[in-house]
Design a protein around this ligand. Structure first.
Ligand code: PHE
Length: 353
C-alpha cells in the first residue's frame, strides 16, 4: 500500500513538469505503461494472500484511474497551450496590402486580329482556318502565279522540302490566299451537287512567312486576314461597299477611303485600299509620310483561273478577295514604329496594351 502511495505521488509530481507532447508520451510509458511500477503491482497481485489481495487490488485500481485522469487533464492543458501558442505566433495581419498577381493580357496583334474578325463576323464572314505549311501549287500555281513567274520574287519563301518534289516544293505559306482555294474546294466537296457549289463568305486569319531581311518595316513572320466572297452577281461595287464599310467600322464612321489600281496575279482587276490618315486627319504627317493616306489592304475580283482552281465555274460565279495585316494596322493604330517589337517578347512593350 505504501508502495502504491509512492507510485502515485511520484507520478503526479513528475506530471507537473510535463509541458509538451513528447514528454507527455514518455510519462505515459513510464508511469502507466506495460512495464511501469504500477503495472508491476498488478502483476504481483497473484502472490498476495487472499485477505490482502482485494484491498491492494482496489487501491491499485484507484491509483491507475487517478493517473489516467491526471494524464487526460495534462494532455488537454498541453493541447490548449499549443493552440494558444500557434494562434499567437501565426497571427495574420489582415490590414497588410496584398501582393498583386501579375495579370496576363492579349498581344496587340491578337487584339487587332480579333477586332478585324469581330467586324467581319458582323458583316457575315465566317472564320475559316487553313494550313500554314503549304505546297507551291496552293501557295502560287492555283493562285495564277505561273511557274517561274517573276512575281514569286515578291514573296521569297521558306522551303520545307524541295528534294524530289519538282515544281511542287513544300513551303511555309507566304500569304493566306492559298486558303481561298482550300475553302472553295471544301465547299465544292461538301455540296450535294458539285456543279452548283454554295456561295462563300469567309474570313481567313493566320500566320504567314517570308524569307526577307528583318527591318523596322518587315518581319519574316506576320499575320494576315484574308477575306473571300464568292457567289453569283458579285461585282466590284460589292467589294468597294464591303471594304468601305469595314474601314468605317474599324476606324470610325467618318473614315474616308480610296482605292488605287494595283496588281496581284490572283485578282483582276486588283486594287489597294487606303484609309485617310487618322493621326493628322489627312493633312499629312510623319505617320502617313505626308501623303494623308495609309495603305491598309490589297484586294480585287477573284481571277477566273483562281475560281476554276477552286472548282467554281467562272462563267457563273464571281467573287472578291482582300488581304490585310493585323500587325500593320496595330502599328498605325498604336503608332508602333518598329515591327520587330511584335515578336521581341519584351514585356515593357507588351504591357502597354
Ligand atoms: N495575298 C496578298 C498579299 O499577301 C493580299 C491580297 C489578298 C490581295 C487577296 C488581293 C486579294 O499581299
Amino acid at each position: 500500500m505504501n508502495q502504491l502511495n509512492d507510485i502515485e505521488t511520484s507520478a503526479l509530481q513528475a506530471l507537473e513538469s510535463v509541458t509538451d507532447e513528447d514528454a507527455l508520451q514518455a510519462w505515459k510509458t513510464a508511469h502507466i505503461g506495460r512495464s511501469s511500477p504500477l503495472m508491476q503491482v498488478f502483476a504481483g497481485l497473484g502472490k498476495l494472500s487472499k485477505e490482502e489481495k482485494p484491498a491492494v487490488g482496489q487501491a491499485a485500481n484507484r491509483v491507475k484511474l487517478a493517473l489516467e485522469s491526471a494524464f487526460e487533464a495534462r494532455a488537454q492543458i498541453i493541447k490548449d497551450a499549443a493552440l494558444a501558442k500557434s494562434l499567437e505566433e501565426e497571427q495574420l495581419d489582415v490590414t497588410l496590402p496584398g501582393r498583386p498577381a501579375p495579370r496576363g493580357r492579349l498581344h496587340p496583334s491578337t487584339v487587332q486580329l480579333r477586332r478585324m474578325l469581330d467586324i467581319l463576323a458582323e458583316m457575315g464572314f465566317q472564320v475559316y482556318t487553313s494550313r500554314e505549311v503549304e505546297t507551291d501549287e496552293f501557295n502560287f500555281q492555283f493562285l495564277n502565279f505561273p511557274l517561274h513567274h517573276p512575281a514569286r520574287e515578291m514573296q521569297d519563301s521558306f522551303y520545307v522540302e524541295t528534294e524530289g518534289r519538282g515544281d511542287n516544293p513544300i513551303l511555309l505559306r507566304t500569304h493566306t490566299s492559298p486558303g481561298q482555294i482550300r475553302a472553295m474546294r471544301d465547299a465544292v466537296a461538301a455540296a450535294p451537287d458539285p456543279a452548283n457549289p454554295p456561295p462563300i463568305r469567309i474570313a481567313l486569319p493566320g500566320m504567314c512567312y517570308r524569307y526577307e531581311q528583318i527591318t523596322a518595316r518587315s518581319e519574316i513572320q506576320f499575320n494576315q486576314v484574308e477575306g473571300l466572297a464568292v457567289g453569283t452577281n458579285i461585282t466590284f461595287a460589292d467589294l468597294k461597299g464591303t471594304l468601305t464599310d469595314f474601314a468605317r467600322r474599324m476606324f470610325g464612321q467618318g473614315a474616308r477611303v480610296r482605292f488605287r489600281a494595283d496588281h496581284f496575279p490572283f485578282t483582276e482587276p486588283s486594287a489597294e485600299m487606303d484609309v485617310e490618315c487618322f493621326v493628322c486627319g489627312g493633312k499629312g504627317c510623319s505617320v502617313c509620310k505626308r501623303s494623308g493616306w495609309l495603305e491598309i489592304l490589297g484586294c480585287g475580283m477573284v481571277h477566273p483561273n483562281v475560281l476554276m482552281s477552286g472548282g467554281y465555274d467562272p462563267k457563273r460565279y464571281t467573287g472578291f478577295a482582300f488581304g490585310m495585316g493585323p500587325e500593320r494596322q496595330a502599328m498605325l493604330r498604336y503608332r508602333i514604329e518598329d515591327i520587330r517589337y511584335f515578336w521581341g517578347n519584351d514585356v515593357r512593350f507588351l504591357e502597354q496594351f
